[in-house]
Design a protein around this ligand. Structure first.
Ligand SMILES: Nc1ncnc2c1ncn2[C@@H]1O[C@H](COP(=O)(O)OP(=O)(O)O)[C@@H](O)[C@H]1O
Ligand SMILES: [Mg+2]
Length: 320
């Protein structure tokens, strides 16, 4: 009698088969659960990241308002310090000229006691040195005040938060210049900034938002430059209906396979804590709202160029 002849054996075999099938199903279900769990964990992480980013945005917005407020407060005193300083410069110039005349006239004074007293006083004060040093001090101080005025103006331009005036005719070059001043600390140790401005008309835009875009792209450019000193070139130009801005860096470049993802929210190749992955996605949104376009050209090792095209006049659909 061979084993195949025993009918009793078929029942355990079937049971085994069913059991194995059940186990397979269980395993599949478990795998599915694990997958979903992973998905949920990832979603959760994204949500908490989104919340952090929103908080960060909120913080930045309030810092912007604070900066605008402080700039406004400083603007007034620095205005009169600057104007008084100019007048003071003129007065001191006249006084120094008078001193010179007095000094020359010293020998013609008949009374020897007066002459001697004047000489002692002149030598103690070191009038020669004062006459030489005062104009230098004045000129350095004027430069300092001018710089403070410029910073205040840049801060004001940059953080213009007046909602009613958001859409306005503005000169992009002025915006780019003030933005470059604001980010100069991030850029100056890594790259030289070269401006190749063309002739462009004012455009109808939200200047502070455009500044934000320029800032994001320039800072990304600086981040991409490591090792030897690089260059960030900003070019502008126009055609009859549009203005374009190109920002080119000599940094690492962007691999082709991630170029389509750099505008995605939260896409970043930077270590956790240093990249938000929001800069380009926000910029994309801003340019879209302007009815414009933002494109990237890049190759690893050959740097990156962002090109922004903006309509000169706001299109009807943007007016809502
Ligand atoms: N100029 C650039 N050179 C190289 N890579 C860039 C450049 N600009 C953007 N990227 C890439 O795009 C990603 C997304 O940029 P962004 O949205 O500004 O976020 P983040 O700067 O926080 O990473 C960066 O992490 C980087 O990988
Ligand atoms: Mg960025």
């Amino acid at each position: 009698m061979t084993t195949t002849d025993i009918p009793m054996n078929s029942q355990p075999a079937q049971t085994m088969q069913r059991l194995e099938e059940d186990i397979r199903k269980c395993e599949a279900a478990e795998a599915e659960l694990t997958r979903r769990n992973l998905e949920l964990t990832e979603l959760n992480a994204r949500l908490s990241m989104a919340q952090q980013q929103l908080m960060q945005q909120e913080k930045l917005a309030s810092i912007g308002q604070l900066a605008a407020g402080v700039a406004h407060e400083i603007n007034n005193p620095i205005g009169y310090v600057f104007s008084n300083f100019e007048t003071l410069g003129t007065y001191i110039g006249r006084m120094l000229a008078m001193f010179k005349l007095y000094q020359d006239a010293e020998d013609s004074i008949a009374d020897p006691a007066v002459r001697a007293a004047l000489r002692v006083e002149r030598e103690t004060a070191d009038l020669e040195f004062l006459i030489e040093d005062i104009p230098v001090l004045m000129s350095e101080s004027r430069e300092g005040i001018t710089r403070v005025r410029k910073i205040v103006q840049d801060l004001k331009d940059f953080s213009r938060v007046d909602a009613n005036q958001e859409w306005q005719w503005a000169n992009l070059h002025a915006g780019i210049d003030s933005t470059l001043n604001i980010v100069s600390n991030e850029v100056k140790y890594k790259a030289d900034v070269v401006k190749e401005y063309g002739q462009i008309p004012d455009i109808e835009c939200q200047p502070s938002h455009i500044n934000q875009v320029i800032m994001n792209i320039v800072i990304n450019g600086a981040h991409a430059i490591s090792g030897e000193r690089g260059k960030i070139t900003i070019r502008t130009g126009c055609d009859p209906t549009h203005v374009w801005i190109e920002i080119a860096d000599t940094g690492s470049g962007i691999p082709l396979e991630i170029q389509s993802r750099i505008f995605d929210p939260f896409f970043t190749t930077k270590p956790i804590g240093s990249g938000t992955g929001l800069g380009l996605s926000l910029s994309y949104g801003i340019i879209q709202k302007h009815g414009g376009q933002i494109e990237v050209r890049s190759a690893p090792g050959c740097g990156t160029t962002f090109r922004i095209t903006l309509p000169i006049r706001r299109a009807a659909e943007q007016e809502a």
